[in-house]
Design a binder for this molecule. Sequence first.
Ligand code: DQA
Length: 147
Amino acid sequence: MSALLVLNGPNLNLLGQRQPEVYGHTTLAEIEALCAATADKLGATTSCLQSNHEGTLIDAIHDARGKFDGIILNAGAYTHTSIALMDAISSAEVPMVEVHLSNIHAREEFRHTSHISRVAIGQICGFGPHGYVLAIKAMLEHLKAQT
Ligand code: DQA
């Protein structure tokens, strides 16, 4: 059974209240429940963590090594700025799928760059909460193809 870590970065704790015109009305707790239900249906498990702190996210990625088979990562704004998060993913050697609720490529220019993408299996963006479902499915297909 594959164990997945669903990691959400800064400001995503405010989902549901934060810019609903961009991010919708679904709360983080609802997204985490959706992830758990999706994984359960597909014979996998999820553990969820959200942090507003870069170091905490890095520690969680390091700790994932040997514990989780894959990481679903929405790094929020750190996506566009954090080489440290990118390096953490490379160091942990746990496959990662990048997810964003919004279509970052259709937004401000500074959101078009993702440092995370360089070390991701792939990126899913623009599908709102359903993006997490797609990311879990993509990760499980990826893991299956490795065995
Ligand atoms: C986001 C997109 C980022 O640009 C932004 O900083 C976020 C959320 C998304 O899910 O669409 O915090 O990662």
